[in-house]
Design a binder for this molecule. Sequence first.
Ligand code: TRP
Length: 334
Amino acid sequence: MEQQTEKKKIVFSAIQPSGTITLGNYLGAVKNWVAMQDEFNCIYALADLHTITVRQEPAQFRKNIIDAYASILACGIDAEKSLFFMQSHVTTHAQLAWLLNCYTQFGELSRMTQFKDKSAKHADNVNAGLFTYPALMAADILLYQADMVPVGADQKQHLELTRNIAERFNGLYGNVFKVPEPYIPKNGARVMSLQDPTKKMSKSDENVNACVTLMDSPETIMKKFKRAVTDSEAKVRYAEGKDGINNLMTIYSAVTGLTFEQIEKDFDGKGYGDFKTAVGEAVVEELRPVRERYDKYIADKSYMQECYRKADEIAQKFSQRTLDKAMKKIGFVK
Ligand code: TRP
């Protein structure tokens, strides 16, 4: 972390350890995190505090946290260049979240579409944390004075609220928080279910063939792509109404860097069978080194521990400055 000497912009993002990391998480988010490491001062967190807004079984939760940390490291996050820490290990997050709760309106939180969706989905556990989740997310971002936050479409509303909270706070107390900009990555792919390409790819899908995870074996990945839903036109082209093929083209393009036009040309006159095999093979090759590194990290927990302890400590120090400033402005006695 050399933010003082180099004037690189600060990027902050986080991901929840709510299960195995999927191809959708990878192509939509983590691959871009990796790509941004040279150009920006990147700060990434495993947002484990957010995850308990939905009830977790303790042993499984513990395993998911370690798995997700290892997976994301394995995707290519370089501990020398970027910070990658555990949100729950850095005490300032819950602390600033409480403060920001008092500067966030009930009405604003009520309008969050994710809250509405999740409270419908978990009707037996509509807890206060689920409701105030965006204030914790705002704390994550604002603690690091982030310039930019790469987020997918589903988190844009939360980022907009973060900006409103920051502006409101700054309006009351002067410039305490940097107001962050959303960062829409150039090639952030929105990966859909392989079985129902109108739905986002999700690890909680009942149909196991709908979702590819980073830990799937090459055979499993090939099988899932061969079973992917397509259409009856039998022509590889990107067009409305061809959700299955559009999704496969999006995945293939994100992995190979080829444009849709190039893909259409390459597969002109070829059938869907050939195309599915090519997409599957490209994904297998992309994920092979990720999986190899994952196996290495998971077998050596002490290396991982060393990584997050170092990052946790730096994050704690960095974020403490912002928390102290906010508390002083509010009027707390030091
Ligand atoms: N809420 C985000 C998600 O579920 C994860 C997250 C937590 C996050 N804190 C963040 C993302 C801060 C960006 C910035 O996907």
